[in-house]
Structure formats: structure tokens, C-alpha cells
Design a protein around this ligand. Sequence first.
Ligand code: ATP
Length: 439
Amino acid sequence: MAQNLMDKIVSLCKRRGFIFQGSEIYGGLSNTWDYGPYGVELKNNLKKAWWRSNVYERDDILGMDAAILMHPKVWEASGHVENFFDLKSDCKSCKKRFKTEALKDKNKCPECGGELTDSRPFNLMFKTYQGPIEDASSAIYMRPETAQGMFVNFLNILDSRHPKLPFGLAQIGKSFRNEITPGNFTFRTREFEQMEIEYFCRPEEADKFYDSWVEERFNWYLKLGLKKENLRKRQHSKEELAHYAKACTDIEYRFPFSTSGDDWSELEGIANRQDFDLKQHSKISGKELMYFDDQKKEKFYPYIIEPSGGVDRSVLAVLADAYHEEKVREDTRVVLKLNKEMAPTKVAVLPLLRNRPEIVELARRISKELKKSMVTVYDDTGAIGKLYRRQDEVGTLYCVTVDVQSLEDKQVTVRERDSMRQERISVDSLGEYLINRLK
Ligand code: ATP
């Protein structure tokens, strides 16, 4: 059943234009995905919600957008050149490569039963060359996280905006990791988007802010509309912690990847990175990335709390959580029960008879007017039942139907997605009616 659910989500994503296989006409490129017309809207809505709650609604966080390509010394300082490894094992027979950590039997190939090589470290950073000459001096990396772009700008932010501790930087952007085994649709890919906050604070306050960020971020996923029973927090054991971290808690979502439907997997990690990054960059760059407290007259390296989430994983969780099927007479109605903020389209305007020019003309006029204040589509490519089902499947909140009667009484039928309740509303007050409901 659960495996079924994931298949249904993947199929709906393709059928309705949320997510397509990357380079599909060439047979695809190993687990790359392209967001289609509805997917990009949903993804943008999610990013906007994150930016609003973390940047616009707070006084202590500033936004940033750093370059993907960074000086190679950044990755030396961060420890990625030395430590950003997964262990891999190769099958001597079928030549497939596996992440050692995921193998039940470390000696036997899970695909063909062949003998596996000893596990060997594999650096996850994508390496490329800058400029026309491909030699060691021109080698650079595609960033494996957005975080470093914020650390290296610490002094620029202090000098240009003069924030007082505690304060944070927020950034959304692409990251790249040469994952050994990408998979589970958009859950693990080699190119993905992150939303990260670096929150700088006094060292003695770090534990307090770590705890409050874990709560804050957990609650944010609830506000996205995810069901509480599908979310949990998981604290890392000492052995699991990254080299820079004092503590880390993952926010996990119960994804329907397998038949058990119990695949708790990471949506976001909240880590106490201590003063590791600022100290390291100070050491390697020779610039002192310290904070001066002008009241206490002291200089020190702030600690950093980092809530680091994945855009693609969050979009996938939102889709899985919203997917809903119900029996309507003989039929199965599929509805994406996305909340008002996430729904890619808020309103669809549908003419009941597409061969009646007056109806089409009125419907188009209504759609054009509504587009000024909400994301609205016009669709006359099928019979009304089919059009409703199509809009339900992409989570459109309201359908406005224009019929013969509308030409006389200047009223239209407004149908609400979840209840399917219908109301007659006058064309003149339609905009206000919908704006109030979408608030
Ligand atoms: P995992 O253990 O699943 O590999 P991670 O702990 O290495 O993830 P982080 O380094 O904490 O991940 O990155 C922060 C966030 O970025 C993750 O919580 C996840 O949402 C997202 N992310 C990381 N790697 C990928 C990936 N390969 N594909 C999609 N999203 C990713």
C-alpha cells in the first residue's frame, strides 16, 4: 500500500506537471528531476514561506545570496576536503557501487550476490576546473552546502549592517553532492536546494538558542501543513555528530518510500557548530572573524546554531502529506489537500459550455480580473467534471464556474476543493469573497 502511495505521487507529479525526470528524452540522467509548471509554483511558495518567517518576520536575521563557486581554501578550512567522505564498496562482479553504511552484509553485493571490495572513502564534493586550463591550480568545487557562503561574509555583514548578537544570516540556494546512491525520487539527488540559517550568538547562550531553534523549526513544518504524526525530532548520538558539531537534532518526516510506510528520514538538521567555522576561516584566511562587544569591551568568536533544511525534501513531504483519495460514487477522487499558502493555483475559472461565446467571454473576463490579486488559471479544455478533477489533483482551492444562468443573474458558482460545497456568488463581489477566504 505504502509503496503504492509513492508510485502514485510520482505518477501524479509527471501527469499534472509538478516534477519530470531530468533529460527524459535521452533516457534520463541518474536521479535528476525537473520541476514543471505546478512544481515550480509549489517550490517557490515553500521558499517564500521560509523566507517570510525567517527574514521578514524577524528583526535578527538578514538574507544573503552567495556564489556557488568559492575559493578552494574555503573547503580546506571547512574540513570538507579532509572529512566530507562516505565509505563506498564496489561489487567485483556487477561493478555496482554501494554506500557501505547502507549494506546489511558488508562483503556481499545486495544486487547480484557477488563479492564486494573493501570499503574505501569517497569524497562527495563535485570537482571541476575554472578557466581554460585543467590542472591542479585551477581545480574548484561546486559547493556542497550554502553555509560557507555565510561564514566567509561574516565581516562584510558586520561592517555593512552592524548587527548585534544574537543575529543570523539566511540563504536559499543550490548545493551539489556526488552521492553514491541517489534515490527515492527527489529525496536524495546530486543537485538540490538548501535553506540554511547561521545564527551567531554568545557561546554561553548557544545551548539555549539550539533548543529554541529545534522547537521553532519543528513548528514551521507544522505550519506548512504537515501532519504532526508524520513529524518527529531525533537527536544525534555522540558517534554520529559531524566533526564541527557539539549537538545536532534532525527533524524527520515519515516518508512512504517502502511498503512499511515507516521511513523516517531527515528533512532538516539543527546543529550547534560552536565556533569551529569562524575560527577555521580566521586561521586559513588570516582575517580575524571575531565579534567585538562594545558594551562589555570584549572580543570573541561567536558560536553558531545552524538550522539546515532541504527545499526538495520539504516539497516532497508536502506532496506526500497532501495526497488524498476518496470515493465519490463509483469514482475515486484524488485531491492534493495543500494549504492556502502552498497551493500552486488558488482559483480556476471554468466555463460550463465552451461553445457559447458569451460564457467564454465572461469567464475570461473574470479570470483576467482575478489574476490581478491571486494566482488564477482559465481552463476550457474539457467537460466540467473532468476540469474539477484536474484542479483537485493539483490542489486548486476554488473553482469558479460560469454557466448560462450567469449571463442573466450575473452570478457564478464557487466550488470549494475539500468539501466540494458550491455557492452562488455575484460576479461583482467575487474578488472580495475569494480574497477573504484566501487570507
Ligand atoms: P543525509 O544524512 O540524508 O545525507 P545530511 O545530514 O548529510 O543528509 P545535511 O548536510 O545536514 O544533510 O544537509 C542539510 C539538508 O540538506 C538535509 O536535511 C536535507 O534536507 C538536504 N540535503 C542534503 N543532502 C541532500 C541530497 N543529496 N538531496 C536532497 N537534499 C539533501
